[in-house]
Design a protein around this ligand. Sequence first.
Ligand code: ZN
Length: 46
Amino acid sequence: MAECPVCGAYVDEHNPPVQGNYRGETEYFCGVAHKEEFEEDYVQRT
Ligand SMILES: [Zn+2]
């Protein structure tokens, strides 16, 4: 199982609700809201 990096919820990486690729790392999210939240932080850090 993967973890949503925003809230730490478990996500099934074989059938994730939402996923994204960041610097070659695949991140799995519990939902689109947390993907957007992660991307906001990601953009601010870079
Ligand atoms: Zn989440």
